[in-house]
Design a protein around this ligand. Structure first.
Ligand code: FAD
Length: 456
């Protein structure tokens, strides 16, 4: 045990600082599973003061620290690198206040997203951040990755849902910025330094979240279409028709849809036929299914869509969403895969996918590409099946180069972490990268906090 770890144990006790055999495998990697290794110690603070003590000691000793939330991240950001202490927020968990008048909730960073959704729901409100990892991810992780998810088209990314933060800086300084007001232009809005910066500039310990009125009704449909051009037209139609209440617009190409239907035993297609492309769309509106039914009937009559089913019960809705969320189970079936979460401007998406598919086919003819995404947010998820591990690098190089060529983003939602760092220049200019480094240097001069994540 090195001196810094001894000092940490001395100050905080063996209950907070785990070492040796007490460190279980769950702290070895995030959900990417890449480069798993045990940290030199795991710190599990139960208060902001303890987070501050830990960072003060580590900073003074130049001890590197990796911050861990729910470990559902997909790009290696929370995975320990050599000789790092893992700072887990798992015990800093709980809802501190639900302020009905201000429509806010104040929570500790380690609170699971689902617990927040449930508490908001029980009080008659909606906290609209929602993603497949809801049961395991923590709000601190969501904030640090500026998580997206299923309702971005209506409510925006996590950034739009945060009013205030409490953060501990690398040297242990506590910044209390627990603002509850929507309007506050008193100087720099410091919370944005910590939202989406993946734990490189500070550790989030508390947050004030925005709550919304709970929608009184919801209608969900699965729609089959002929082409991507039809999907874009249908998106504009839905946005016009249901402005303000369109809450989901998920697109699944036939490659993805057919794969999920064939390989995930718990899902089935509600259609008798297969089609080129599908949209799962949802509106939050109290008028019931009939306005969606009327709108889709009009589209069918004019041959702008090929087929549609509207869910008549929560069970039917869950069955439709299971097709969209089936990717988790499909990944377990695909022996190995290279997966991407990229953004490309909607007007360039069709060209981008054609270009990508033909380039990869020429290099790796046996590789299949499954495509789905939140198209209203310009976000595409790509999953390539990979036969040989060494082909992954070829796929990464081609995809990120093409994303750069189409002025897209190499990370729409999941962040950069360790795994995408070598490609960040495809989406960010030299000047932007230089400014990011200035911020990092100013706020963490010893580079102890999540070193090597996002920036080299
Ligand atoms: C099945 C599945 C579905 C997913 N769907 C989506 C989706 O739809 N949209 C989406 O955006 N993401 C999605 N993700 C990715 C992941 O769930 C999100 O990135 C999530 O926000 C990570 O939260 P976490 O608590 O697990 O963070 P972790 O994985 O523990 O950490 C993620 C990053 O944040 C840092 N961090 C964690 N907590 C803090 C803190 N308190 N202070 C400072 N830094 C911190 C870590 O160091 C790391 O760099 C999905 C993942 C899975 C496994």
């Amino acid at each position: 045990m090195n001196n810094t770890i001894k000092q940490l144990v001395g100050k905080l006790g063996p209950d907070v600082i785990l070492t040796g055999a007490d460190i279980s495998g769950k702290y070895h990697a995030d959900s990417s599973g890449e480069t798993a290794r045990p940290p030199v110690a795991v710190a599990r603070p139960a208060s902001t003061a303890q987070v501050s003590d830990i960072l003060r000691i580590c900073s003074a000793a130049n001890q590197k620290v990796v911050v861990q939330g729910g470990l559902t991240g997909l790009c290696g950001g929370a995975t320990p690198q050599e000789e790092e202490v893992a700072l887990s927020l798992e015990r800093l968990s709980g809802i501190e206040e639900l302020d009905q008048a201000s429509m806010t909730m104040t929570v500790l960073a380690g609170t699971p997203l689902q617990a927040i959704q449930d508490a908001a729901d029980a009080a008659g409100f909606l906290f609209p951040l929602d993603l497949g990892a809801r049961g395991s991810c923590n709000i601190g992780g969501n904030i640090s990755t500026n998580a997206g998810g299923n309702e971005v088209i209506r409510f925006g990314m996590t950034r739009n849902l945060i009013l205030g933060l409490e953060v501990v800086l690398a040297d242990g300084t506590v910044i209390n910025s627990l603002n509850k007001m929507l309007k506050n232009n008193a100087g720099y809005d410091l919370k944005h330094l910590f939202i989406g910066t993946e734990g490189t500039l500070g550790v989030v310990t508390r947050a004030v979240l925005r709550l919304f009125a709970k929608p009184e009704g919801r209608s969900t449909a699965l729609v089959a279409l002929d082409s991507f051009e039809d999907v874009v037209r249908f998106l504009h139609f839905m946005s016009r028709e249901f402005s303000g209440s369109l809450s989901s617009f998920e697109v699944m190409w036939d490659s993805y849809y057919d794969y999920i239907i064939e390989h995930v035993p718990t899902v089935s297609s509600p259609f008798d036929e297969r089609y080129p492309i599908y949209v799962l769309t949802e509106i939050s509106d109290k008028s019931g299914n009939h306005i969606l039914e009327d709108a889709l009937a009009g589209e069918l009559e004019q041959d702008r869509i090929l087929d549609a089913v509207i869910c008549k019960s929560e069970r039917e809705r869950e069955a439709i969403w299971a097709i969209r969320d089936g990717v988790g189970e499909a990944m377990a079936v695909i022996m190995d895969n290279a997966n991407f979460d990229v953004s490309v401007p909607i007007n360039a998406m069709a060209d981008f996918l054609n270009q990508l598919e033909s380039e990869i086919k020429a290099l790796l003819p046996d590789t299949a590409l499954l495509v789905f995404g939140h198209i209203g947010d310009s976000n595409l998820h790509l999953v390539f099946t990979v036969d040989r591990k060494e082909d992954k690098k070829t796929i990464y190089d081609v995809v990120y180069r093409q994303v750069g060529a189409y002025n897209g983003s190499i990370s729409a939602e999941h962040g950069i972490g360790m795994m995408k760092r070598p490609y960040l220049h495809q989406s960010r200019s030299r000047e932007e990268l230089a400014l990011m480094k200035v911020l990092k240097q100013a706020m963490d001069p010893n580079n102890i906090l999540n070193p090597g994540r996002v920036l080299g």
